[in-house]
Write a protein that binds this ligand. Sequence first.
Ligand SMILES: [Zn+2]
Length: 252
Amino acid sequence: MDANEKVKAEKGLLMDKRYNCPICDKQFRSKAVKSNTAKFVDTMADLRPIHSNVNVTKYDAICCPNCGYAALGKNFDNITATQRKTIQEKIQTNFKSHEETECDIYTTEMAISRMKMALLCTVTKGGKDSEIGYVCLKICWLYQDLADEVADDDPDAETKKETYLKEAYNAGMNAYNRLTNARMHEDYPIAGMNEPTLDYLLSYFAYKKEDYTTALQFLSGVVSNRSISPRLKDKSLDLKDMINKVRESAES
Ligand SMILES: [Zn+2]
Protein backbone atom coordinates (compact mmCIF):
# COMPACT_ATOMS: atom_id res chain seq x y z
CA MET A 1 0.00 0.00 0.00
CA ASP A 2 1.39 3.44 -0.81
CA ALA A 3 0.95 6.44 1.49
CA ASN A 4 -2.24 7.70 -0.19
CA GLU A 5 -3.95 4.33 -0.03
CA LYS A 6 -2.96 4.03 3.62
CA VAL A 7 -4.57 7.39 4.45
CA LYS A 8 -7.70 6.35 2.53
CA ALA A 9 -7.92 3.05 4.38
CA GLU A 10 -7.45 4.74 7.76
CA LYS A 11 -10.03 7.41 6.91
CA GLY A 12 -12.58 4.66 6.34
CA LEU A 13 -12.15 3.52 9.96
CA LEU A 14 -12.81 6.97 11.43
CA MET A 15 -15.88 8.95 12.36
CA ASP A 16 -16.45 12.54 13.49
CA LYS A 17 -17.66 12.60 17.05
CA ARG A 18 -19.43 15.65 18.51
CA TYR A 19 -18.45 17.02 21.88
CA ASN A 20 -19.75 19.75 24.15
CA CYS A 21 -16.78 21.46 25.75
CA PRO A 22 -17.16 21.49 29.56
CA ILE A 23 -14.98 24.63 29.76
CA CYS A 24 -16.36 26.99 27.06
CA ASP A 25 -19.72 25.27 26.35
CA LYS A 26 -19.09 25.31 22.58
CA GLN A 27 -19.63 22.31 20.33
CA PHE A 28 -16.87 20.81 18.23
CA ARG A 29 -15.96 17.60 16.43
CA SER A 30 -13.07 15.26 16.99
CA LYS A 31 -12.04 12.18 15.04
CA ALA A 32 -12.51 8.78 16.63
CA VAL A 33 -11.87 5.20 15.56
CA LYS A 34 -15.18 3.41 14.86
CA SER A 35 -15.74 0.67 17.39
CA ASN A 36 -14.65 -2.86 16.50
CA THR A 37 -12.70 -1.80 13.41
CA ALA A 38 -9.12 -1.72 14.73
CA LYS A 39 -7.40 -5.06 14.20
CA PHE A 40 -5.35 -5.88 17.28
CA VAL A 41 -1.99 -7.53 16.68
CA ASP A 42 0.04 -7.38 19.89
CA THR A 43 1.31 -5.16 22.69
CA MET A 44 4.96 -4.21 22.92
CA ALA A 45 7.08 -4.60 26.08
CA ASP A 46 5.88 -1.19 27.36
CA LEU A 47 2.24 -2.20 26.64
CA ARG A 48 2.10 -0.03 23.50
CA PRO A 49 -0.80 -1.51 21.52
CA ILE A 50 -0.17 -2.45 17.90
CA HIS A 51 -3.05 -2.69 15.43
CA SER A 52 -2.51 -3.66 11.81
CA ASN A 53 -4.79 -1.03 10.25
CA VAL A 54 -4.78 2.04 12.52
CA ASN A 55 -2.84 3.49 15.44
CA VAL A 56 -5.67 3.97 17.94
CA THR A 57 -3.54 6.05 20.37
CA LYS A 58 -3.53 8.88 17.79
CA TYR A 59 -7.26 9.41 18.46
CA ASP A 60 -7.20 9.29 22.27
CA ALA A 61 -6.84 13.03 22.98
CA ILE A 62 -9.91 15.26 22.58
CA CYS A 63 -9.07 18.94 21.96
CA CYS A 64 -11.46 21.89 21.92
CA PRO A 65 -10.37 24.23 19.08
CA ASN A 66 -12.18 27.14 20.75
CA CYS A 67 -10.62 27.30 24.24
CA GLY A 68 -7.66 24.88 24.15
CA TYR A 69 -9.04 22.44 26.71
CA ALA A 70 -7.83 18.92 25.98
CA ALA A 71 -8.07 15.59 27.78
CA LEU A 72 -8.21 11.87 27.17
CA GLY A 73 -11.68 10.80 26.05
CA LYS A 74 -12.56 9.03 29.29
CA ASN A 75 -11.60 12.07 31.40
CA PHE A 76 -12.99 14.76 29.11
CA ASP A 77 -16.14 15.58 31.11
CA ASN A 78 -14.54 14.71 34.39
CA ILE A 79 -13.94 18.19 35.74
CA THR A 80 -14.83 20.03 38.94
CA ALA A 81 -16.01 23.66 39.11
CA THR A 82 -12.62 24.73 40.55
CA GLN A 83 -10.69 22.92 37.81
CA ARG A 84 -12.96 24.50 35.20
CA LYS A 85 -12.12 27.96 36.55
CA THR A 86 -8.39 27.18 36.56
CA ILE A 87 -8.50 26.00 32.93
CA GLN A 88 -10.44 29.12 31.92
CA GLU A 89 -7.88 31.38 33.61
CA LYS A 90 -4.68 29.60 32.64
CA ILE A 91 -5.46 27.93 29.30
CA GLN A 92 -8.44 29.63 27.65
CA THR A 93 -7.18 33.21 28.14
CA ASN A 94 -3.86 32.36 26.45
CA PHE A 95 -5.33 30.22 23.70
CA LYS A 96 -5.90 31.49 20.16
CA SER A 97 -9.12 29.83 19.04
CA HIS A 98 -9.14 28.48 15.51
CA GLU A 99 -11.44 26.73 13.08
CA GLU A 100 -11.62 22.98 13.35
CA THR A 101 -8.84 21.60 11.17
CA GLU A 102 -10.26 19.79 8.16
CA CYS A 103 -8.22 16.66 7.60
CA ASP A 104 -8.74 13.02 6.70
CA ILE A 105 -6.67 11.49 9.49
CA TYR A 106 -4.45 12.67 12.36
CA THR A 107 -0.77 12.22 11.60
CA THR A 108 1.44 11.00 14.43
CA GLU A 109 2.92 14.53 14.75
CA MET A 110 -0.58 16.01 15.12
CA ALA A 111 -1.43 13.33 17.66
CA ILE A 112 1.67 14.19 19.71
CA SER A 113 0.82 17.89 19.86
CA ARG A 114 -2.79 17.04 20.81
CA MET A 115 -1.56 14.70 23.54
CA LYS A 116 0.86 17.38 24.80
CA MET A 117 -2.07 19.79 25.05
CA ALA A 118 -3.91 17.14 27.10
CA LEU A 119 -0.84 16.86 29.33
CA LEU A 120 -0.69 20.63 29.85
CA CYS A 121 -4.39 20.77 30.76
CA THR A 122 -4.21 17.73 33.05
CA VAL A 123 -1.24 19.20 34.94
CA THR A 124 -2.83 22.68 35.03
CA LYS A 125 -6.11 21.45 36.48
CA GLY A 126 -4.16 19.52 39.16
CA GLY A 127 -5.13 16.09 37.84
CA LYS A 128 -4.30 12.90 39.71
CA ASP A 129 -0.88 11.27 39.23
CA SER A 130 -2.57 8.36 37.45
CA GLU A 131 -4.21 10.70 34.92
CA ILE A 132 -0.99 12.62 34.25
CA GLY A 133 1.06 9.41 34.11
CA TYR A 134 -1.35 7.86 31.62
CA VAL A 135 -1.05 10.85 29.25
CA CYS A 136 2.78 10.68 29.55
CA LEU A 137 2.63 6.98 28.71
CA LYS A 138 0.65 7.73 25.55
CA ILE A 139 3.17 10.42 24.54
CA CYS A 140 5.91 7.81 25.06
CA TRP A 141 4.06 5.38 22.77
CA LEU A 142 3.41 8.01 20.08
CA TYR A 143 7.10 9.00 19.88
CA GLN A 144 7.99 5.34 19.37
CA ASP A 145 5.39 5.14 16.62
CA LEU A 146 6.97 8.24 15.07
CA ALA A 147 10.41 6.58 15.22
CA ASP A 148 8.93 3.46 13.57
CA GLU A 149 7.53 5.61 10.75
CA VAL A 150 10.89 7.08 9.72
CA ALA A 151 11.63 5.79 6.21
CA ASP A 152 14.88 3.83 5.85
CA ASP A 153 15.84 5.86 2.76
CA ASP A 154 15.50 9.15 4.68
CA PRO A 155 19.03 10.65 4.72
CA ASP A 156 18.46 11.80 8.33
CA ALA A 157 16.86 8.52 9.40
CA GLU A 158 19.34 7.80 12.17
CA THR A 159 19.25 11.27 13.75
CA LYS A 160 15.46 11.42 13.55
CA LYS A 161 15.01 8.01 15.14
CA GLU A 162 17.46 8.86 17.90
CA THR A 163 15.63 12.14 18.66
CA TYR A 164 12.19 10.51 18.74
CA LEU A 165 13.36 7.62 20.91
CA LYS A 166 14.94 10.06 23.35
CA GLU A 167 11.60 11.91 23.59
CA ALA A 168 9.90 8.54 24.11
CA TYR A 169 12.34 7.70 26.89
CA ASN A 170 11.78 11.04 28.66
CA ALA A 171 7.99 10.72 28.45
CA GLY A 172 8.30 7.13 29.69
CA MET A 173 10.29 8.26 32.73
CA ASN A 174 7.67 10.92 33.53
CA ALA A 175 5.02 8.21 33.28
CA TYR A 176 7.12 5.99 35.56
CA ASN A 177 7.42 8.68 38.26
CA ARG A 178 3.74 9.64 38.16
CA LEU A 179 2.45 6.07 38.12
CA THR A 180 4.82 5.07 40.95
CA ASN A 181 3.24 7.85 43.06
CA ALA A 182 -0.24 6.79 41.98
CA ARG A 183 0.53 3.22 43.07
CA MET A 184 1.18 4.46 46.62
CA HIS A 185 -1.81 6.81 46.95
CA GLU A 186 -4.58 5.74 44.56
CA ASP A 187 -6.98 2.83 44.24
CA TYR A 188 -7.04 0.38 41.32
CA PRO A 189 -7.67 0.48 38.45
CA ILE A 190 -4.83 2.99 37.97
CA ALA A 191 -4.67 4.41 34.44
CA GLY A 192 -6.96 1.56 33.41
CA MET A 193 -4.60 -1.08 34.83
CA ASN A 194 -5.01 -3.65 37.60
CA GLU A 195 -2.20 -4.24 40.09
CA PRO A 196 -0.17 -6.91 38.22
CA THR A 197 -0.37 -5.01 34.93
CA LEU A 198 0.80 -1.75 36.55
CA ASP A 199 3.60 -3.54 38.43
CA TYR A 200 4.74 -5.14 35.18
CA LEU A 201 4.82 -1.73 33.46
CA LEU A 202 6.72 -0.10 36.34
CA SER A 203 9.17 -2.98 36.30
CA TYR A 204 9.77 -2.42 32.59
CA PHE A 205 10.45 1.30 33.07
CA ALA A 206 12.74 0.61 36.06
CA TYR A 207 14.63 -1.77 33.75
CA LYS A 208 14.90 0.97 31.10
CA LYS A 209 16.22 3.27 33.81
CA GLU A 210 18.81 0.58 34.65
CA ASP A 211 17.47 0.29 38.20
CA TYR A 212 17.44 -3.52 38.13
CA THR A 213 16.84 -4.05 41.84
CA THR A 214 13.59 -2.06 41.71
CA ALA A 215 12.66 -3.74 38.43
CA LEU A 216 12.92 -7.20 40.03
CA GLN A 217 11.00 -6.04 43.11
CA PHE A 218 8.05 -4.90 40.98
CA LEU A 219 8.23 -8.07 38.93
CA SER A 220 8.34 -10.59 41.77
CA GLY A 221 4.67 -10.18 42.67
CA VAL A 222 3.61 -10.35 39.02
CA VAL A 223 5.42 -13.58 38.17
CA SER A 224 4.04 -15.38 41.23
CA ASN A 225 0.48 -14.11 40.65
CA ARG A 226 -1.68 -17.06 39.56
CA SER A 227 -4.56 -15.05 38.18
CA ILE A 228 -2.72 -13.03 35.52
CA SER A 229 -3.37 -13.55 31.81
CA PRO A 230 -1.01 -15.84 29.86
CA ARG A 231 -0.02 -12.82 27.78
CA LEU A 232 1.11 -10.83 30.82
CA LYS A 233 2.82 -13.91 32.25
CA ASP A 234 4.86 -14.34 29.03
CA LYS A 235 5.79 -10.68 29.01
CA SER A 236 6.90 -10.85 32.66
CA LEU A 237 9.08 -13.90 32.04
CA ASP A 238 10.65 -12.21 28.98
CA LEU A 239 11.37 -9.13 31.08
CA LYS A 240 12.87 -11.23 33.87
CA ASP A 241 15.21 -12.84 31.32
CA MET A 242 16.26 -9.44 29.96
CA ILE A 243 16.97 -8.12 33.46
CA ASN A 244 18.98 -11.20 34.45
CA LYS A 245 20.99 -11.02 31.24
CA VAL A 246 22.10 -7.41 31.76
CA ARG A 247 22.88 -8.14 35.40
CA GLU A 248 25.03 -11.14 34.50
CA SER A 249 26.93 -9.23 31.85
CA ALA A 250 27.50 -6.40 34.35
CA GLU A 251 28.97 -8.84 36.85
CA SER A 252 31.31 -10.69 34.48
ZN1 LIG B 1 -13.69 24.65 24.86
